[in-house]
Design a protein around this ligand. Structure first.
Ligand code: 26Y
Length: 822
């Protein structure tokens, strides 16, 4: 029977072994005895990829012949994480592969460890796009993810002398076995120049864009397989190359080196991912990047339309395109341009199609994070698109004027162009006007979107606004990251159906007080803590006691996320122990992880502060039996997978109203951590789901925050009025953590005492009180374990499958399209 299985696609142990050795030989040119760990990884990756390709071809044929309605997910970031383990799980051959490896005297986990992850995103937004790709395939929805194939993804973080040091990412250095280059799928992308009016053969006025730069975008495809299904969707990332025609021109006039230079210039467009929270620098290249991938993607959609359905008139029936934040919002203007200038369509029809194709997801309310581009830069790079934006704006504002007679202030507020100071294009307004649906990413966030950020738009078009609460994929963040917990849940529920239907975790509730389960649950957690401790010891030298409470905050470093509030709690614990050596407390390991944007000084200072405190605390025998502090370097998807299973307590402590959703909060909770958190983002819904009694809530609500800020917030009064708070801040400035330097942390502490824009001091007392309660509950092992089980049992809502189902039904109107052979 095994003999009859096709080479490269068989799923039996024997086939996997044979094909692995084949690939090792024919792709890597190695045999077992001389293979390096990287050779072994490549052979395993190709063996896995072969199995994906068989399913991919089938999916592509199927979608083409049936003209299946397709979702295009446009995102400047896809933070995929390592592929190998995830693909083995989705293929259903994780266990067989482990056994196959054993029989070859190999350790599959060691092979999996070899993979360098594609870090093509900053954090939440990029990872959400990756989770959505997994769920789209699992739910069998035909889709294409469109983005940029950055040569350098998010930087690698190293910690030197307590400071973050950025090292450039080199994920492509050893080759990428998961992608397939498509040199023939290539589109020209134009920049600069000017526009001209002319009359077409029917005498109608037309516009032509005469650019001064043309660059090619070349497709690189990565297959995305669903869990337990035959559906494979496409992640199509664009790489910038010099356009051949452009090169040739330069060559003709004898400027060979000029042509080479142009080639290098062109290729910078997809060179590097921009970190978020970066100030102005390098802005122009980012606008170029955004237009680059958007233009290629929209041209590709039109090509596919011609290849399948036919006429452009029905483009909006074949495709829906989701804009992941405003980064791809230029797609609205680009589709208009292509329909009118290249395909001779009139404005009204082009607008009708465009407006039915696009939908937009907002991910932030923070004013400093809303994208705008100066009109002068926009005009210089995209003169035709500026004309189109103006034309959209004129028609739109006329509509506003008719609806709200005489309200010119409203017209000014809603305009696509901000006119106060330097004129700027408001990308969020372009996205709202150009889309048929707009959504926020958690209930609270979506309410605030309607009542604050887009209040005027909501008044004009109430039906356009939706909520789709974020979710994460349980395949990667449970099954791949936490195989022990996966086994325990599957045994307890008597089936692994929960992996595709996360609501079925509820079956755990019936066992929430079972002492047998409690013991095994505890064992699973301790084992994960041991694994993490070993890794951290190796990487940082800090040894954590697996019996201690692992109190973890892992996410990008940002003031609004308030890592410094966590720090103040650590300082308080430290002082309590120092002041009372007989002080009894639950031993805690404070674990941090997260990158700071390279240009974000305050965030980098927070990292330094954490490491400075760690240094003092960890070597002081008077306290290190109670508290230890460690900063996990280079928090990324791979390291996240080590962290989530090991956490007892998840810190979700942003100032209410600032975190749009958060998704780390879900990943921790799914792995049995309890949450200490504010009423912010998806925390609100997590608390609703798991029950208030299983969630540690503290701090002001978004409304209270608003009220306090309107009343006038004076943090220095809190500093002066609370002796413990004062002594914690003073201790940071005493030089104790900085070898006597009393100025090092001043920028941070001065900011807290004088401005405190994220109201750390206002929530300080409530946070400490809540932490005391956490410790009290932790002492009661059975109570804690029961709460942990109930957290996992009630996390069904936070599967990205649920989120994608909501998008599919309420926003996209797309249907599942099963491909056989799963
Ligand atoms: C402008 C550009 C440099 C830029 C790039 C990335 C700006 C922002 C970002 C990333 C934003 C981001 O990750 N936002 C997060 O999106 C998550 C998914 O919806 C939310 O859970 C999270 O609250 C939000 O901060």
């Amino acid at each position: 029977d095994q003999e009859r299985e096709h080479t490269r696609t068989g799923m039996s142990k024997a086939s996997l072994k044979r094909d692995f050795l084949d690939n090792l030989f024919y792709i890597q040119g190695r045999f077992r005895e001389v293979a390096t760990p990287h050779d072994l990884y490549m052979a395993a990756a190709y063996t896995t990829r072969d199995r994906l390709l068989a399913r991919w071809v089938k999916s592509a044929q199927d979608f083409k012949t049936t003209h299946a309605r397709t979702v295009c997910y446009l995102s400047a970031e896809f933070l995929l994480g390592p592929h190998l383990a995830n693909n083995l799980v989705n293929l259903g051959i994780a266990e067989t592969s482990t056994e196959a490896a054993e029989e070859l005297d190999l350790d599959l986990n060691a092979i999996i460890e070899e993979e360098e992850e594609p870090g093509l995103g900053n954090g939440g937004l990029g990872r959400l796009a990756a989770c959505f790709m997994d769920s789209l395939s699992t739910l069998q929805i035909p889709s294409i993810g469109y983005g940029i194939r950055y040569e350098f993804g998010i930087f690698d973080q190293m910690i030197e002398n307590g400071w973050q040091v950025e090292k450039s990412d080199t994920w492509l250095r050893n080759g990428n076995p998961w992608e397939i280059p498509r040199p023939k799928i290539r589109f020209p992308v134009m920049y600069g120049g000017h526009t001209e009016q002319y009359r077409d053969h029917d005498g109608r006025p037309r516009t032509r864009w005469v650019p001064d730069l043309v660059i090619d975008g070349v497709a690189y495809d990565t297959p995305i397989l669903g869990y337990g299904v035959g559906n494979v969707n496409l992640l199509r990332l664009w790489k910038a190359e010099a356009s051949e025609s452009f090169d040739f021109q330069a060559f003709n006039v004898g400027d060979y080196y000029g042509a080479v230079h142009a080639k290098i210039e062109a290729e910078t467009i997809s060179k590097v991912l921009y970190p978020n929270d970066e100030p102005e620098a390098g802005k122009e290249l980012r606008l170029k990047q955004q237009f680059f991938f958007v233009s290629c993607s929209v041209q590709d959609m039109i090509r596919l339309q011609f290849n399948t359905v036919g006429p452009l008139e029905t483009l909006a029936d074949k495709f829906v395109a989701q804009l992941n934040d405003t980064h791809p919002a230029l797609a609205v203007a680009e589709l208009m341009r292509l329909l009118m200038d290249e395909h001779d369509m009139e404005w009204d029809q082009a607008w009708d199609i465009t407006h039915r194709v696009f939908c937009y997801t907002n991910h932030t309310l923070l004013p400093e994070a809303l994208e705008t581009w100066s009109v002068s830069l926009f005009e210089r790079l995209l003169p035709r698109h500026l004309e189109i934006v103006y034309a959209i704006n004129q028609r739109f504002l006329d509509q506003v004027r008719v609806r709200f007679l005489g309200d010119e202030d409203r017209v000014r507020r809603m305009s696509l162009i901000a006119e106060d100071g330097e004129r700027r294009v408001r990308m969020a307004h372009l996205a709202v006007v150009g889309s048929r649906a707009v959504n926020g990413v958690a209930e609270l966030h979506s309410e605030l979107v309607k009542t604050t950020l887009f209040r005027d738009f909501h008044e004009l078009w109430p039906d356009r606004f939706h909520n789709v609460t974020n979710g994460v994929t349980p395949r990667r963040f449970m099954v791949v990251a936490n195989p022990r917990l996966t086994r325990l849940i599957t045994e307890t529920c008597g089936s692994d159906a929960w992996i595709r239907d996360l609501d079925r975790l509820r079956e755990l509730e019936a066992h929430a007080t079972d002492p047998g389960l409690h013991e095994r649950w505890h064992e699973v957690k301790i084992a994960a803590k041991r694994d993490l401790s070993a890794w951290l010891k190796h990487r940082t030298g800090v040894l954590l006691d697996p019996e201690a409470m692992f109190d973890v905050q892992a996410k990008r470093i940002h003031e609004y996320k308030r890592q410094h509030l966590n720090v103040l709690h650590i300082v308080r614990c430290y002082q309590r122990i120092k002041q009372n050596p007989n002080h009894d407390m639950v031993p805690r390991a404070f674990v941090f992880g997260g990158k700071a944007a390279p240009g974000y000084f305050m965030a980098k200072l927070i990292i330094k502060l954490i490491n400075a405190i760690a240094e003092v605390v960890n070597k002081d025998p008077q306290v290190n039996g109670f508290i230890r502090v460690v900063f996990m370097p280079d928090f990324n998807v791979k390291n996240g997978q080590r962290l989530y299973p090991a956490a007892n307590l998840s810190e979700q402590i942003s100032l209410a109203g600032k975190e749009a959703s958060g998704t780390g909060n879900m990943k921790f909770s799914m792995n049995g951590a309890l949450t200490i958190g504010t009423l912010d983002g998806a925390n609100v819904e997590i608390r609703e789901e798991v029950g208030a009694e299983n969630f540690f809530l503290f701090g002001m609500s978004a409304e209270e925050v608003n009220r306090r800020q309107h009343q006038g917030y004076r943090p220095w009064e809190l500093y002066r009025g609370d002796p413990e708070l004062r002594s914690d801040i003073d201790l940071i400035n005493s030089g104790l953590f900085s070898h006597g330097d009393t100025q090092l942390f001043r920028p941070l502490t001065d900011q807290l005492v004088n401005q405190d824009p994220f109201m750390v001091l206002a929530d300080y007392r409530a946070y400490l009180t809540c932490h005391d309660h956490v410790a009290e509950v932790y002492r009661d092992h059975h109570r804690w374990t029961r709460m942990s089980i109930l957290n996992v049992a009630r996390m069904g809502k936070f599967s990205s499958d649920r989120a994608i189902r909501e998008y599919a039904e309420r926003i996209w109107q797309v249907e599942p399209h099963p491909v056989g052979g799963g």
